[in-house]
Design a protein around this ligand. Structure first.
Ligand code: C2E
Ligand code: CA
Ligand code: CA
Ligand code: CA
Length: 274
């Protein structure tokens, strides 16, 4: 085994993915999966509640195994984060979204989930700028979703990276709002364009107490001038309630399931003539 400073201090634990050879293997598998096109993106539509229009789509990663079964991101993203493979996967995702959704005008805006380690990596915004330029895209058509569900130390590196992205016009969205503790303090530090309220709030809306909570959250976000999206809308009733609450955008199985880019051909967005 290759001994590096950190691992050689540890007692051997075959279950520990941090362990030298193991994490190198997994990183290698993820790299091969990328090369062999076993990784793909599906896109979940985002609907404008007030107009009913398709406002955009969120990219979600899938990984196909040679036997045809799929591995969901909840399983491989944490591994990719631990091994550092997330950097390569993340860059691939940004490039693919620009190519198959934005340059083809299938949607006006597409969002990509980013992990904290990507934002801390020097050169992230440079890569984004180069990729936008390569496809002749304005930054405003791309959004990054930052989840408050995982630990992110919003240090000067992160703040600098985000302001560089904002200078490109790229949108920054807060994902899974209400699931962590960071959300409210992040609202002070980061200038978000959209806040995505986690789908757990929809379940809470089944009680009067929960609905009052939802109205309070909405008014707080409104006062800060943020666009509000509610995730996980599964029924027409929930859609109607969100319309009544003045929510800007919804996403969920009621609007549409994640689909490959080619399925967006017909309901696609077309730029208005200049
Ligand atoms: P997320 O960003 O919160 O994405 C929403 C998840 O909820 C997706 O699961 C989506 O398929 C699912 N979903 C959408 N609508 C509904 C609904 O109406 N009801 C229910 N029950 N579920 C719904 P998925 O695709 O398995 O992704 C899981 C998580 O993996 C994502 O959560 C995101 O945090 C992460 N992820 C996905 N793709 C990427 C990626 O390219 N990069 C990074 N860093 N993370 C990713
Ligand atoms: Ca997301
Ligand atoms: Ca989410
Ligand atoms: Ca979520």
């Amino acid at each position: 085994a290759k001994a590096n400073g950190r691992n050689c201090l540890k007692v051997f634990d075959p279950e520990d993915p941090q362990h030298g050879d193991e994490s190198e293997n997994i990183a290698a598998i993820l790299r091969i999966a990328l090369e062999q096109r076993l990784v793909s993106l599906v896109y979940q539509p985002i609907r404008n509640v007030q107009t009913g229009a398709l406002d955009g789509a969120e990219a979600l990663m899938r990984m196909k195994m040679p036997d045809g079964t799929s591995i969901m991101p909840g399983t491989f993203i944490p591994v990719a984060e631990r091994t550092g493979a997330i950097i390569e996967l993340g860059r691939w995702a940004i490039r693919t979204v620009c190519k198959e959704m934005l340059a083809t005008n299938k949607v006006k805006v597409a969002s990509v989930n980013v992990s904290p380690s990507e934002l801390k990596m020097p050169g992230f915004s440079t890569y984004v700028a180069a990729t936008l330029a390569e496809y002749g895209l304005v930054g405003t058509r791309l959004a990054f979703e930052i989840t408050e569900g995982v630990e992110l130390d919003v240090d000067t590196d992160v703040v600098r990276c985000i302001s560089e992205l904002k200078r490109l016009g790229v949108q920054i969205w807060l994902d899974d709002f209400g699931t962590g503790f960071a959300g409210l303090s992040w609202l002070r530090m980061i200038e978000f364009d959209t806040v995505k309220i986690d789908r757990s709030f929809l379940h809470d809306c089944e009680t009067e107490r929960g609905r009052r909570m939802m109205r309070d959250i909405i008014s707080l976000l409104r006062h800060r001038g943020l666009r509000i999206l509610v995730e996980g809308v599964e029924t027409a009733e929930q859609g109607t309630l969100m319309h009544r609450y003045g929510i800007d955008q919804i996403q969920g199985y009621h609007v549409g399931r994640p689909e490959p880019a080619r399925r967006f051909g017909n309901l696609g967005w077309l730029p208005s003539p200049a």
